[in-house]
Design a protein around this ligand. Sequence first.
Ligand SMILES: *[C@@H]1O[C@H](CO)[C@@H](O)[C@H](O)[C@H]1NC(C)=O
Ligand SMILES: *[C@@H]1O[C@H](CO)[C@@H](O)[C@H](O)[C@H]1NC(C)=O
Ligand SMILES: *[C@@H]1O[C@H](CO)[C@@H](O)[C@H](O)[C@H]1NC(C)=O
Ligand SMILES: *[C@@H]1O[C@H](CO)[C@@H](O)[C@H](O)[C@H]1NC(C)=O
Ligand SMILES: *[C@@H]1O[C@H](CO)[C@@H](O)[C@H](O)[C@H]1NC(C)=O
Ligand SMILES: *[C@@H]1O[C@H](CO)[C@@H](O)[C@H](O)[C@H]1NC(C)=O
Ligand SMILES: *[C@@H]1O[C@H](CO)[C@@H](O)[C@H](O)[C@H]1NC(C)=O
Ligand SMILES: *[C@@H]1O[C@H](CO)[C@@H](O)[C@H](O)[C@H]1NC(C)=O
Ligand SMILES: *[C@@H]1O[C@H](CO)[C@@H](O)[C@H](O)[C@H]1NC(C)=O
Length: 573
Amino acid sequence: MVGLVKQVVLALPALALAWVAFSARLVDFQVAQPPPLPQDAKQCTVKILERTFGFSFGLSEIVQFTPPTDCGPVGSWAGISLNFTVTSNGTQFDRLGIFTFHNVEFWRTSTPEPTRGDGIIWTYLKDVTKYTSLFAEPGTFILQLDNLIQTGLDGQYATVLHATFFESSARHPPAPHADLIIPVSTLANDTGNDASVPPAFSLNVTVPRNAVQVFAELFASGNGDEEFWYFNAPNQFVGNLPTFGEGPFREVRMLVDGQVAGVAFPYAVIFTGGIVPTAWRPITSYGALDLPTYFIDLTPFVPILTDGKPHNISLDVVSAEDDHAINQNWFVSGNLQVVLDRSNKPTTGKITVLDAPPFAVTKTTGSVGGNDVNFTVTATRRIHIEADIVSGSGRRNHVVWSQNLQFSNTQDFIDNSNVQLLHQTASGTFLSTHNGVSTLVDDFSYPLNINITNLTPDGLSFVTTVDHSYNRESHPAPFILGSTITEHQVAGGFFTISPNGNFGNGTSQNTFTYIDTKGNTFNRQVSSINTNITSDKQSGSLAPKQPPQFPSFGPGKLVSVPKARLPGGRGGN
Ligand SMILES: *[C@@H]1O[C@H](CO)[C@@H](O)[C@H](O)[C@H]1NC(C)=O
Ligand SMILES: *[C@@H]1O[C@H](CO)[C@@H](O)[C@H](O)[C@H]1NC(C)=O
Ligand SMILES: *[C@@H]1O[C@H](CO)[C@@H](O)[C@H](O)[C@H]1NC(C)=O
Ligand SMILES: *[C@@H]1O[C@H](CO)[C@@H](O)[C@H](O)[C@H]1NC(C)=O
Ligand SMILES: *[C@@H]1O[C@H](CO)[C@@H](O)[C@H](O)[C@H]1NC(C)=O
Ligand SMILES: *[C@@H]1O[C@H](CO)[C@@H](O)[C@H](O)[C@H]1NC(C)=O
Ligand SMILES: *[C@@H]1O[C@H](CO)[C@@H](O)[C@H](O)[C@H]1NC(C)=O
Ligand SMILES: *[C@@H]1O[C@H](CO)[C@@H](O)[C@H](O)[C@H]1NC(C)=O
Ligand SMILES: *[C@@H]1O[C@H](CO)[C@@H](O)[C@H](O)[C@H]1NC(C)=O
């Protein structure tokens, strides 16, 4: 319930911008709720790592981390948040960042592209309370941020990561959390723990015999020829189109001993070098600094997983092509958030209904005529699994896990691909009930509309609009805070790729609302024109007490050289 929450409305009129021009460093950010953690609790902030990533390909930052003992008993915290702050200047592509602790990937981020001269700074604050059982034990902490310094690429990323532990009290009780988090990862100890697929990634996982609930979290993002997977064309239409094949449908699957246990239709994260880099500064595309993850309820498989033997858990990404193939590559990983029974006796039970076909039902149609190639790929997916589970202490749980998802992607390559229109939507409902009680809920809708119109026949000068949303009610597990987010972003601009230096401009309008199951709220409406923030209104219980300050930039700032990555590998730099 929301309760009576004092609304703090902050507005930053454009006229006030001049006097806050204290620094010309561009402040980049992704719209997101501040961590919903008790600011009046005692806090212990510790530095986890500080590292400048220059030429860092294959050279992850690896540190030993020990939790603080001065904010109450270790593991009894009311919450944990991370502060990742980065500065950069120069020219550089966006890079992927993978945070791993105890071999569990718990945060996938990416870097805004820097500007030359004074450069950029960004801070992302992330609530990591759901990983409390990891942070309660000392262990190896890895940040993989593979950056390249080479001709034309001199931007380094100077990073610092702090963790803040919030002491619990009568007013702010210890945050509930999984008893155990098991990695479904490469288990590497010298780099981030995500696996590259295809081929499918598989790992033998042994689950404690007294496990009674298991919730799996999936991480997945397209890379290389799969970065713009939603722009790929079905093989039957790809012909000479300026894009890759294997179609635009992607399904991330988790399998247990070869049986599909749950799937996700991923949200399309556009990195800051994507299509029109100037549209993503200073406001990144939604998700670029904190890629969404997907939870599935693996509890129906507990009777199988608790036999004391290793089980083959696989992660892969498949398409709507006949052979389900995709290009190279996606990075995937996962973790199992496990609840144990108080007794040490094994859990028993059986799966009673298993309706989880290997693949979604898909359809591809299209028409080719004149100078156009138009096509539509649709997919629907239903999973229904039931199980009866008996804990060692005798508690019975009837589990029903169902997923119902829809996907549609229409692309029109008009006038010899001089105009490229994309309309995609992925939506669906995940629901699990345990003894009839709603336990895992995910209701989502991710519409994505893109218009790329060439201004020159070589396609090196173009104008783009991206209109996309992230609308999601998510309750990942009974011990993880649930939330409802609605986010709408319309961004676009003009861009020219030139050997003498890329140039362009951009606008961004964002409307974001957040409410969680504790009643915390946050709303933000923020717009930018080129590198200037033109309006910013924040309200809700989580809104900062001080209005954020942004520098103002003269038109000269536009003469920077963001690195563009285009669908189909066109243009580039
Ligand atoms: C985040 O860390 C940066 C760098 O240490 C610091 O300047 C900033 O104040 C921190 N922000 C918050 C909200 O703690
Ligand atoms: C810009 O980056 C260079 C290294 O690439 C560094 O030496 C310089 O201090 C940076 N300048 C600023 C203003 O941060
Ligand atoms: C890292 O992993 C390798 C291979 O699994 C192993 O041989 C090595 O001992 C590990 N190193 C540490 C510090 O755990
Ligand atoms: C899992 O372990 C079994 C033996 O228990 C072995 O045959 C199999 O190759 C292993 N699978 C993986 C993916 O490591
Ligand atoms: C694990 O399951 C995957 C997916 O079904 C399969 O491709 C792989 O061969 C299996 N691995 C082993 C060792 O059984
Ligand atoms: C492709 O779609 C566009 C609308 O976006 C339409 O005007 C055109 O006629 C279509 N071409 C074909 C061959 O279907
Ligand atoms: C695509 O963008 C171009 C350039 O802004 C515009 O002229 C055209 O009307 C847009 N097309 C659609 C279907 O919105
Ligand atoms: C971006 O540049 C284009 C082409 O010069 C121009 O038409 C447009 O008005 C500019 N937009 C902004 C927001 O500056
Ligand atoms: C930013 O705003 C200032 C003040 O309104 C204006 O002078 C400047 O031209 C703007 N810069 C850009 C890049 O649009």
